[in-house]
Design a protein around this ligand. Structure first.
Ligand SMILES: [Zn+2]
Length: 455
C-alpha cells in the first residue's frame, strides 16, 4: 500500500497540547499516522498518494461510545410514549421479532449512518445477534466494540432473551472467542450488562472478574431513570452506583451509560475508580432527564458522547449529539459558559477513545496512532458559512453533511460523500422493507397522529 500524504489541511490534532496546524500535512503509512504537522517535503515518499485538503478540516474520526446496532430498524417505534410503554410494548416486541438476517441489515444501516456522520469507532451495548453485527462491522470498515445483551433476572423479559447467569457468561465468552481482535483488529468484544433491573449481583460480580482477567471493558446502562434508583434502594439496599461500588464493580473498565440519576457522592466514586461515562443527550432529552455533565467534567471524569439507539434518539448522528451536548447543559445550569465547544470536541474524539480503552490507538492525529480520520468541507453547507472559529463552528453550526471523507486504519471508507464499503441504496431499501415486516410480526400498532386518507 503506498503512503498517503494529506496536504494543505486545517488539522485538528486533538493531541495532548490540542495543537491545530493551519495548512498542515499528514503522512500515513501502513494504516498508521507517521507524522502530522508541517512536514519537510524531503521526508515524504515520492510515490505517496497526494490528497489536497485545501478548505477542509482534517480531524480524528468521531467516537460514538453508545449505539445499538440492532435497533436501527426500530427507528420511529418509540416516539412520544412513556418509558414503560417504550420498553414493554415497543422495544422488547421489536427485539423479540428481529431475526439474525434482520439484524445484519439493521447493523449495516446503522454503520452507514455513522460513517456519513464521521464515526470511525463505536461501542455497542449488546444485541442478540453478535455474529451478524460482526459481519456488518467487518464489511463497513470502521472499528466496533461489540457486546451481547445479557439479562438473568427481572420481570417482563422476552422469553428468548432470559438466560441463567452461566448462560449469559458462557455465550459472551463464545463471542469473544469468535470475534475479539477480528477484522484486522477493528473488532473488539466486551461484556454487556443491560441494566441493574435485569442483572443479578452474581452476574455483575462475575462479569467484573472476567472483564478484568481478559483485559476488556463492561458496557452498562447506569442510573438511567428515577425508577431505577427506587428499585435499587428497595431491592438491593443502595442507589445503583453505590451498590456497584459495594460489589466492587466500579473500575476503569466500566463504561457507564446515561448516568442521569447520579448523586454528587456517586460522581466522586466514579472519579475515584476512573469509571468512564457515555453521555447520550438526545436519548436523555427524550426519555430520561438531564445528566450532570458539567459536574462530572469538573471532577475530571472521562465523559464521552453516544447516540444511543434509533427508537430513543432517533438520530445516529454525532454532529447532532455534539450540538445537543453543548446546548442542553447551558440551558439546565443557566451558565452560557458550561460545556464549551472545545470540551465537546474532546468528548467526541480523544475522550471517546479513552472511554473505550483505546486512547493509545485512536481519537487523535499523532504519530503512531491508527489513521482514523475525517475530512470536513467547511463550505459544504450554507449553515456552516462563514467560519470565524473552526472549533466552535464544528459544534454549533456544521452538520454531518459537511463530512466529505472518512478513513479508518488508513483505508478510505467514504470519499467525496460516496460510501465505498457498503451498498448504500440496497441496504436502505432492504431496511425499509424488513422494518415493516418486523413491526407487523411484533404486533406493534402505532396510533394515527392525523387521519390518513387512502385512495
Ligand atoms: Zn442504550
Amino acid at each position: 500500500m503506498p503512503a498517503i500524504h494529506i496536504k494543505n489541511a486545517y488539522i485538528l490534532t486533538m493531541n495532548a497540547e490540542r495543537e491545530i496546524f493551519d495548512g498542515g500535512d499528514i503522512l500515513i503509512e501502513d494504516g498508521t499516522i507517521r507524522a502530522a504537522g508541517f512536514l519537510d517535503p524531503q521526508s515524504i515518499p515520492e510515490d505517496a498518494e497526494v490528497v489536497d485538503a485545501c478548505g477542509r478540516i482534517v480531524m480524528p474520526g468521531l467516537v460514538n461510545t453508545h449505539v445499538h446496532l440492532s435497533q436501527q430498524l426500530g427507528r420511529g417505534l418509540g416516539d412520544d410514549v412513556d418509558l414503560i410503554t417504550w420498553l414493554h410494548e415497543r422495544t422488547w416486541p421489536y427485539e423479540r421479532s428481529l431475526t439474525a438476517e434482520d439484524n445484519l441489515v439493521s447493523a449495516q444501516a446503522c454503520c452507514l449512518e455513522m460513517i456519513r456522520s464521521g464515526v470511525t469507532c463505536f461501542a455497542e451495548p449488546g444485541g442478540q445477534h453478535v455474529d451478524t453485527m460482526g459481519r456488518a462491522v467487518e464489511e463497513a470498515g470502521i472499528r466496533g466494540i461489540l457486546a451481547r445483551s445479557t439479562m438473568d433476572c427481572g420481570e417482563g423479559i422476552p422469553e428468548n432473551e432470559r438466560e441463567s447467569t452461566d448462560q449469559c457468561l458462557d455465550r459472551q465468552l463464545e463471542h469473544m472467542e469468535n470475534w475479539h481482535g477480528k477484522a484486522d483488529g477493528r473488532i473488539s468484544v466486551w461484556f454487556g450488562l443491560r441494566t441493574i433491573f435485569n442483572n443479578s449481583d452474581e452476574l455483575l460480580t462475575r462479569t467484573k472478574e472476567l472483564a478484568d482477567s481478559r483485559g476488556v471493558g463492561m458496557h452498562m446502562h447506569v442510573a438511567e431513570v428515577r425508577e431505577e434508583i427506587d428499585y435499587t434502594k428497595t431491592q438491593r439496599g443502595a442507589p445503583t452506583v453505590e451498590h456497584l461500588n459495594r460489589l466492587g464493580v466500579l473500575g476503569p473498565n466500566l463504561l457507564a451509560v446515561h448516568t442521569v440519576w447520579i448523586t454528587p457522592r456517586e460522581m466522586d466514586l466514579f472519579r475515584l475508580h476512573d469509571v468512564k461515562v457515555s453521555h447520550c443527550p438526545g436519548a436523555a432529552m427524550k426519555v430520561l432527564g438531564f445528566a450532570p455533565v458539567p459536574e462530572m467534567l469538573e471532577r475530571g471524569i472521562c465523559v464521552s458522547i453516544g447516540t444511543d439507539g434509533a427508537p430513543c434518539n432517533n438520530r445516529m448522528d454525532m454532529f447532532d449529539e455534539m450540538y445537543l451536548t453543548a446546548m442542553i447543559h447551558k440551558g439546565r445550569t443557566l451558565a452560557p459558559t458550561a460545556v464549551p465547544a472545545e470540551r465537546v470536541l474532546e468528548m467526541a474524539t480523544i475522550k471517546g477513545a479513552e472511554a473505550l480503552l483505546m486512547g493509545g490507538v485512536t481519537g487523535s492525529l499523532e504519530p503512531g496512532k491508527a489513521a482514523d480520520l475525517i475530512m470536513i468541507d467547511m463550505r459544504r453547507h450554507p449553515g456552516s458559512v462563514p467560519v470565524h472559529d473552526a472549533v466552535a463552528n464544528l459544534v454549533y453550526a456544521m452538520r454531518s453533511s459537511c463530512v466529505d471523507s472518512v478513513m479508518c486504519t488508513g483505508k478510505w471508507v467514504m470519499q467525496d460523500r460516496t460510501v465505498l464499503t457498503l451498498d448504500e441504496q440496497g441496504i436502505l431499501e432492504e431496511a425499509q422493507e424488513r422494518a415493516e415486516h418486523i413491526r407487523k410480526r411484533a404486533g406493534i400498532a402505532l396510533p394515527e397522529r392525523f387521519p390518513v386518507r387512502t385512495r
